[in-house]
Design a protein around this ligand. Structure first.
Ligand code: J2J
Length: 550
């Protein structure tokens, strides 16, 4: 663990002591938490996923067996395991198994492809990679075969469902083979609550994705506090419509908050009204979370179909800015309370409160969940702006990281000397302390909640022989809020079309949401007065072009 600690900056000891003595960090690991809930709730349903209904006792038992299976495979405490799971119950048996032995899940998203997964496996030096067999017509085993071939440190690929022909292991088989050791009263206690529990993926704004080390203590506190604010109890039925591994449905309060409270988690295979509405009615879902484009789709569909959403008490919307216009329709159309959520995998989460006045719920992105969250809003020189003015949000607190995994140089820029995380978001704070998100300074595109680091895509484009220079910017979009447009300067005498470049990026294994929606070819990029590419001018030229009569 000492080596891992070196790679993961954590809180200074005086702060850690303060958070402990104030009872924020309660000294509970995820494994302890599940053991306790299994004892308390035993036969109560913890997770519903398709035909599978897993009780707390069954979840605990399966996670224990799988933990033993992982140990037998040679997965040890602090080893990293990339977990790319769609919304199926194995997500939980796998992560709680890893928590139990102190191995670290590295969360990937279902849409990630070779480029992202290979990087995650390499950078985290993952010993194993966990996948579903197929989902939505995509065979993850084919992807895993490529990853396995290209990443020599990767020893095992474990599959939920059919392991297929390649020598991959079946999770189910691994679990069934496990002996009785996990039932013994003595189980080596590898894990402490102050340890890093997993590595979460950052939205990113640099060339290579960053990994976020979250501890049992800090994450558990964010779950507990989120539960209080969102009214999650053992009666709650939370439906994960978004991919469970994303920080929002995972923790705000999400599936883990719900298990913490002894409630029931329902996993929707897809978030579309076709899949989700019947599930809400059937399982009497009380709360769920969406990104803004999906909320728009739900609002449309609900007007037309009048589904039974009578059990739904709260709809959370976050991940990208939700328009006030759409926000004002939620209560009337869906018959439930809206909660805006402005959060980040690095930590800080803001919520509108369930008893807030309508004006606040519609027009703000909430306020920090904890009195212990410290926030500052600053100008380009890190000087605090006047109250109510727009500036960059900086934050630190009991569940906001102090640095990324193995990223010393980047950490020096992404955090202030006194430990504040630079969110890259432009906000203003109202008199009552509510935040309104007003843009960003980080070089990122927020495509309906899916984050794209411009530099990452630019680097892929620059690898193309015909591309001399590339610059990726956001363009406004009615449904997604933003889409990505790539400005390209071609090398003299060489040609490539937008379609060529799209195919090229796909060929490099970049996930679909990162592939630019539009390409613009030009001879030169506008520059700022310090000689950098002016993305602002590029965005403006795009706007002028889009609004020009054709
Ligand atoms: C505007 N921008 C928002 C919002 C996030 C809960 C909810 C969301 C995330 C998340 C999360 C926004 N309005 N309501 O982790 O626990 C943009 C900001 C922010 C970035 C973080 C959670 N909610 N954003 O979206 O790590 O730019 O986390 O800094 O994916 O999303 O992205 P991510």
């Amino acid at each position: 663990y000492a080596q891992l600690m070196k790679d993961c900056p954590t809180w200074p000891s005086d702060k850690a002591a303060e958070y402990c003595s104030a009872g924020l960090w309660e000294g509970l690991t995820f494994s302890d938490m599940l053991a306790d809930r299994a004892a308390r709730y035993s036969e109560k349903t913890a997770v519903i996923s398709g035909e599978n209904r897993l009780s707390y006792a069954a979840l605990y038992d399966q996670a224990g067996r799988l933990a033993e299976g992982f140990l037998q495979l040679g997965v040890k405490p602090t080893d990293r395991v990339v977990v790319q799971m769609t919304n199926r119950y194995e997500f939980f048996t796998v992560i709680f198994a890893l928590f139990r032995i102190g191995a670290l899940p590295v969360f990937a998203l279902p849409l990630h492809r070779l480029s992202e997964i290979r990087y995650l496996c390499e950078f985290s030096e993952a010993k194993a990679y966990v996948i579903p067999d197929t989902e939505a017509g995509f065979d993850y085993r084919g992807l895993a075969a490529q990853v396995k071939e290209q990443v020599p440190t990767l020893r095992h690929v474990l599959v939920a469902g059919e392991p297929g022909a390649f020598p991959f292991l079946s999770l189910e088989k691994l679990m069934k083979q496990a002996g009785k050791r996990h039932e013994e009263p003595y189980w080596p206690s590898y894990v402490e609550s102050g340890h890093v529990a997993f590595l979460q993926l950052s939205g990113g704004s640099t060339g290579l994705p960053k990994l976020i080390p979250r501890t049992h203590d800090d994450y558990m506190y964010s779950l507990r506090r989120s539960n209080e604010i969102c009214g999650i109890t053992e009666q709650s039925v939370y439906m994960a419509a978004l991919p469970v591994a994303h920080n929002f449905p995972l923790s705000s309060p999400g599936v883990l908050g719900t298990l913490y409270a002894g409630g029931t988690v329902v996993l929707a295979p897809r978030p579309s009204p076709d899949d989700a509405f019947p599930l809400v009615a059937k399982e009497r879902v009380s709360i769920t979370a969406l990104v803004p484009p999906l909320a728009l789709v739900w609002l449309e569909a609900a007007v037309q179909r009048r589904p039974d959403l009578s059990s739904l008490q709260v709809l959370q919307v976050g991940g990208a800015k939700f328009s006030a216009e759409a926000a004002s329709r939620v209560q009337r159309v869906l018959g439930c309370r809206l909660q805006q959520v402005y959060g980040m995998a690095e930590g800080l989460v803001n919520y509108t409160r369930l008893d807030d006045a309508n004006d606040i719920v519609v027009n703000t992105q909430g306020r920090p969940m904890s009195d212990w969250d410290e926030i500052r809003v600053v100008d380009e020189d890190d000087a605090q702006v006047a109250p109510g003015e727009v500036g960059e949000l900086l934050t630190r607190g009991p569940y906001t990281i102090r640095g990324y995994y193995k990223a010393e140089a980047h950490n020096a820029k992404a955090f202030t000397a006194d430990g504040y995380y630079r969110t890259g978001d432009l906000v203003k704070v109202s008199e009552q302390g509510y935040l309104v998100v007003d843009g960003r300074v980080k070089d990122q595109i927020n495509r309906g909640g899916d984050k794209i680091a411009a530099e990452e895509v630019e680097n892929h484009l620059l690898a193309h022989p015909a591309v001399f220079d590339a610059s990726l910017v956001a363009m406004p979009d009615a449904l997604l809020g933003e889409r990505a447009c790539a400005f390209i300067i071609l090398r003299e005498g060489l040609v490539a079309t937008g379609a060529d470049l799209k195919a090229y990026l796909r060929g490099r294994g970049l996930s679909a949401y990162k592939i630019p929606d539009r390409f613009e070819f030009t001879d030169a990029f506008p520059q700022t007065n310090v000689g950098k590419v002016s993305k602002k001018a590029l965005r403006e030229s795009l706007q002028a072009q889009m609004s020009a009569p054709t």
